[in-house]
Design a protein around this ligand. Structure first.
Ligand SMILES: Nc1ncnc2c1ncn2[C@@H]1O[C@H](COP(=O)(O)OP(=O)(O)OP(=O)(O)O)[C@@H](O)[C@H]1O
Length: 246
């Protein structure tokens, strides 16, 4: 099983004042698989993503990626190690076109580089390729703010994929998305996984979680209480208890 270890933590802790968001979380997500991280509101899922991607500093514990220590590295260094992520509240540049949003993900010099118009033909082609793959190529020249919430989520994902991460963390990809786009997100995750990309998905939509995941980790109060394939998680009493608050 050790060959499958991808993103892993040992005893990760994080408190905000008196609120313990992560309480010694030890978790291993499997490389090459679609993993889900589920749990009731406030169980620490987003804090976990923020800690492992370097957006916030854990108080204690370790994070490794494919055996390499990444604890306390800066977000860009963690991205360089191969981990990309989306955000619950979707981060796009609202007044930039969809195409420029995707290009902004890879510009050397970030946004400033993009404003200098420093992108190559190959990069533009690749960015258009991702828009096509996500089914929003017809919106390439539209400002992101004119797109629907679901389309903006697809756009954010296109930007993440543009930087070619081998592992993609998705924070609530289904949140506020209509059922048609939801199906697209689900099949896309499966397709990208078949091509070799690993996923860790934080999600409340259980239909999506159960249909796309190979492996599910369940958090309650800042630590895992159960893990396994969908068939096991569905019938786990601890999971039911955590959601019902009993
Ligand atoms: N920046 C912060 N300052 C103070 N408390 C915070 C902060 N971020 C998270 N918390 C608290 O930490 C706990 C875990 O929050 P977190 O957002 O990680 O949970 P979650 O499982 O992602 O929840 P949800 O499913 O609602 O998104 C909650 O009690 C939350 O209120």
């Amino acid at each position: 099983m050790s060959g499958l270890a991808g993103l892993a933590t040992e005893g990760l802790t994080k408190a905000f004042g008196g609120v313990v968001a992560l309480d010694g979380a030890t978790v291993t997500f499997r490389h090459g698989q679609v993993n889900a991280l589920i749990g009731p509101n406030g169980s620490g899922k987003t804090t976990f993503f923020n800690c492992v991607t370097g957006m916030i500093r854990p108080d204690g514990g370790r994070t490794t990626y494919r055996g390499q220590e990444i604890t306390r590295r800066a977000p860009h260094a963690i991205a360089r190690a191969g981990i990309g992520r989306t955000f619950q509240l979707c981060r796009v540049f609202p007044r930039m076109s969809a195409l420029d949003n995707v290009l902004a993900a890879v510009r050397p010099g970030g946004l400033a580089g993009l404003l200098r118009g420093a992108h190559t033909r190959a990069e533009v082609d690749r960015a258009r390729g991702w828009l096509t793959r996500l089914g929003i190529e017809h919106l390439a020249d539209a400002e992101a703010r004119t797109m629907s919430w679901g389309q903006q989520k697809l756009l954010e994902l296109a930007g993440v994929l543009m930087s070619d991460p081998e592992t993609v963390l998705l924070d609530e990809p289904a949140g506020g998305v209509n059922p048609a786009l939801l199906d697209r997100i689900g099949s896309l995750v499966r397709e990208l996984n078949a091509e070799g990309r690993t996923f860790v998905i934080v999600e409340h939509n259980m239909d999506l979680v159960m249909s796309v995941s190979d492996h599910i980790v369940v958090f309650d109060r800042g630590r895992p209480i159960a893990e396994g394939p969908p068939s096991l998680i569905r019938s786990d009493e601890r999971v039911l208890g955590a959601y019902l608050g009993v």
